[in-house]
Ligand binder design. Structure first.
Ligand SMILES: NC(=O)c1ccc[n+]([C@@H]2O[C@H](COP(=O)([O-])OP(=O)(O)OC[C@H]3O[C@@H](n4cnc5c(N)ncnc54)[C@H](OP(=O)(O)O)[C@@H]3O)[C@@H](O)[C@H]2O)c1
Length: 329
């Protein structure tokens, strides 16, 4: 099978298409013919080995897993002994987490893993994108901030994959949503359902005193310290990007009137991710959540996909089309 593989840390050019043996499913495993997979910030960190702490997860001197990609959608084409949840021909989607491997024609997944059936009406591209943003935004909003109807939620980086999912999911929770993005993406943020859109090149949201119950910085461009006064007493600041400061503030803010929260959603147990996939699939099937797609790129152009991600200004997800859309089911 063909896979996008890399052997050393570096720029987009280190990822090349290689011919590798197709894996055979063992007991309890399914093999997925991957149709679409997202290329995101985690792939960029794993590819470049930056920031430095990424190497603690992906290999100190060189990458441990040579095929990137976590979020996938495809069709089961072989099952191992004892598999009861899926059959050959089932449409599925999911996330492999830190074990990666989705930027390839075939992928092995435990049937008990973070994988779910894909409802008719949800395409492969949308399904891969749903995992990219939704599987992060959902636990942040639901578990990190306990968003409820009527809360005022601000999403910074609302046009990225996590931020776009956060805007749509916060609306589903019944929140009043303020989206923050650059001038090129104001229209997109409005289309996602935001009640108000702020252009971060013109407006500093941190100046809005006690304006929000929840501030979700989906791209980690702000700080708890700078944003604190924009929260109501009892409010929650969430960020996706780790730093020494936020790790400390997560502990110390428990004593204060406004909480700081960092989560590592990719490291959650598969048993927690699987029901979230089902929930996201149902929301996508009903049309309530529709992830924006910056670009679909063929597997051969994987380096282009990495270049787009590295700009830090994509709108929604970049998707690798491993089976061409017109061939795919
Ligand atoms: N902690 C976790 O569990 C976890 C899980 C998943 C992802 N992450 C992290 O979450 C971050 C976001 O991921 P993503 O995939 O959503 O990123 P992304 O899609 O690359 O985000 C791109 C968006 O960020 C916006 N942006 C850039 N600079 C901004 C600024 N100064 N203010 C406001 N918006 C700005 C851009 O909007 P404009 O072009 O309009 O400016 C662009 O649309 C990454 O760092 C990723 O590593 C963490």
């Amino acid at each position: 099978m063909r896979a996008a593989s890399y052997a050393r840390y570096g720029g987009p050019e280190v990822v090349e298409i290689a011919e590798v043996p197709a894996p055979e499913p063992g007991p309890g495993e399914i093999r997925v013919r991957v149709h679409a997979a997202s290329v995101g910030a985690a792939d960029s960190a794993a590819r470049s080995g930056t920031p430095w702490f990424a190497r603690l997860a992906f290999g100190l001197r060189r990458p441990t897993h040579t095929v990137l990609g976590s979020d996938f959608a495809g069709i089961v084409d072989a099952v191992g002994d004892g598999v009861t949840r899926f059959d050959v021909g089932d449409r599925v989607f999911g996330a492999t987490g830190a074990s990666l491997g989705a930027h390839a024609e075939h992928l092995l997944v435990a049937e008990s893993g973070a994988v779910a059936s894909l409802p008719e009406g949800v395409g492969m591209t949308d399904a891969a994108a749903l995992c990219d943003g939704g599987l992060t935004a959902l636990p942040f909003l639901r578990d990190g901030a306990r968003v409820q109807a009527g809360m005022r939620v601000l999403v910074n980086g609302a046009s990225g994959s996590v931020g776009a999912a956060a805007v749509q999911l916060a609306k589903q929770f019944g929140a009043e949503v303020t989206a923050v993005c650059g001038p090129a993406h104001v229209e997109l943020a409005t289309a996602l359902g935001a009640d108000r859109v702020l252009d971060h090149t013109r407006t500093d949201f941190t100046r809005e005193r006690e304006g929000f119950d929840v501030i979700f910085d989906a791209v980690g461009k702000s700080s708890f310290r700078g944003s604190r006064r924009a929260l109501v007493p009892g409010g929650t600041y969430l960020t996706t990007v780790p730093s020494g400061a936020i790790m400390l503030q997560q502990l110390t803010s428990r004593l204060g009137r406004r909480r700081a929260v960092i989560m590592f959603t990719g490291l959650r147990p598969d048993a927690d991710k699987a029901p979230d996939l089902e929930q996201l699939a149902a929301l996508a099937a009903s049309g309530a959540v529709r992830p924006p797609i910056e670009r679909e790129v063929a597997l051969d152009d994987v380096a282009t996909a990495h270049r787009i991600v590295d700009t830090g200004h994509k709108a929604g997800s970049v998707i690798l089309r491993i089976v061409r859309a017109e061939v795919a089911a």
